[in-house]
Design a protein around this ligand. Structure first.
Ligand code: HAM
Length: 409
């Protein structure tokens, strides 16, 4: 049996690297007042259909949906923002001081064609700030992802930002763009032509040469922003400048989810191949209303764990050091050895005990392999405690083993 296509096991150094990443994320995000949240792995399909958008690739092609046995359609979460917003509404978080700042480190599922950096089950670190439309929220959110990528050591990072304005502006712009695309229909790829009605903005994303040429001269949403949206965007840019975060304004930045309004952004890494997006996000002021809550602004991002680790030089991460390995001279001492290791752990030391019935020689080898600082050998004459650094060995009382591990032989 093998792991399903597009999934993988996390082992050894990879597991250690993930632990380090989790600590870095926690430092950056909890340092800015974000609190951890974890939501269920599956949710009602309708949450994503309404939240992420029925016309998106994610909802149309990539969701793992199933009947829960009771006639309800459930979906393995393809992303975390709609679930966090669902939780915000469900737990009445509007009563807390706003914005409510939440972060997560979770698995997500998308039925995509697997390739380097693209999986069917992947991990994201995400951060959502819900309840304020202040441009400082946008700027700080982006800054925190920049800080995280720097802490992790992601190479060749670039930031692109854009603004989508409000739904009303976008609706007007959409019509203008649709008219423009229809006027150039015969130069477009079949796929783009087929989606003029459903999702004309995706035309900016196309790799098709004819479409790209048409899109060069297409009207840009950024030029159509209403006064307060343009001002909001200017303030976000101003604060990023102030914070020394380099960015490029991208008038054609498209994201794969429908809930965005105003600020959108994406970090890419030159160290990655085709799947160069390490993290991205934006403002989603209409999402909570869309899923049945009161109108509430929100802003956030998610960054791919696999892609961050792929784009960061591997840093040696040490496994937890082993304070004590407990061996026994013969099987009659096994229970005493077991007890000594358990006691050591209670005292806050890391401890392992022989678990495979090796000979004493084999146990000492195992202790060496595990890098134990001390080895205790339970025998007829008591406990022989050996300092593996100095080579010194002494028979000690069982009651004083903990003292010796802490203070030396
Ligand atoms: P997203 O751009 O779809 O946004 O995903 C965010 C990041 O997740 C991507 O930049 C990428 O690093 C990683 N990612 C996405 N799909 C895959 C995959 N199949 N395999 C490996 N990594 C992947 C969102 O999910 C939004 N919820 C972000 C957000 C939060 N917006 C506002 N708040």
């Amino acid at each position: 049996m093998q792991a399903p296509r597009g999934t993988y096991d996390v082992l050894g150094d990879q597991a250690l690297a993930r632990t380090a990443l989790e600590h870095q994320a926690r430092n950056v995000l909890e340092g800015a007042g974000y609190q951890r949240i974890e939501t269920p792995t599956f949710e009602a399909t309708e949450l994503f259909a309404r939240g992420v958008g029925a016309a998106t690739d994610i909802v149309q092609k990539e969701m793992y949906s199933f009947d829960d046995g009771g006639g309800r359609s459930m979906t393995l979460r393809p992303e975390g923002t709609a679930p966090v917003c669902r939780a915000y509404v469900e737990h009445g978080m509007h009563k807390r001081p706003q914005p409510v700042k939440l972060w997560y480190l979770s698995t997500f599922f998308r039925h995509e064609a697997p390739q380097a950096g693209r999986y069917r089950q992947f991990w994201q670190i995400g951060a959502e700030a819900i309840g304020s439309d202040d441009p400082a929220v946008d700027a700080e959110s982006i800054l925190l992802l920049a800080d995280l990528l720097e802490a992790v050591g992601v190479r060749g990072v670039r930031l692109r930002i854009g603004s989508l304005g409000t739904p009303a502006t976008r609706a007007e712009y959409r019509e203008e763009l649709q008219a423009y695309l229809r006027a150039h229909e015969e130069e477009l790829s079949d796929e783009v032509r087929g989606r003029i009605d459903l999702n004309p903005l995706r035309a900016f994303d196309s790799g098709h040469a004819g479409t790209r040429a048409v899109m060069e001269a297409a009207p840009r949403l950024l030029d159509r922003l209403a006064g307060d949206d343009a001002e909001h965007f200017a303030e976000v840019r101003g604060m990023l400048d102030e914070a020394g975060v380099p960015f490029e304004v991208d008038t054609t930045l498209v994201r794969g989810l429908d809930y965005y309004s105003r600020t959108v952004f994406e970090f890419t890494s030159d160290a990655l191949g085709a799947q160069s997006g390490v993290g991205g996000g934006g403002r989603y002021d209409g999402l909570i209303e869309q899923i049945g809550g009161a109108p509430t602004p929100g802003m956030g991002w998610a960054a791919g764990v696999e892609r961050m680790l792929l784009a960061a030089p591997p840093t040696p991460v040490a496994a937890m050091p082993l304070d004590l390995y407990v061996a026994y001279a013969d099987p009659t001492r096994r229970a005493a050895a077991f007890q000594l290791a358990a006691d050591a752990r209670k005292w806050g030391h890391s401890a392992q005990v022989e678990l495979a019935g090796r000979s004493l020689k084999g146990q000492l080898k195992a202790a060496g392999r595990a890098g134990a600082r001390y080895v205790a050998i339970c025998g007829d004459e008591g406990i022989a405690l050996k300092d593996m650094e100095s080579g010194e060995q002494q028979v000690v009382e069982s009651s004083s083993v903990m003292h010796h591990i802490g203070h030396g032989i």
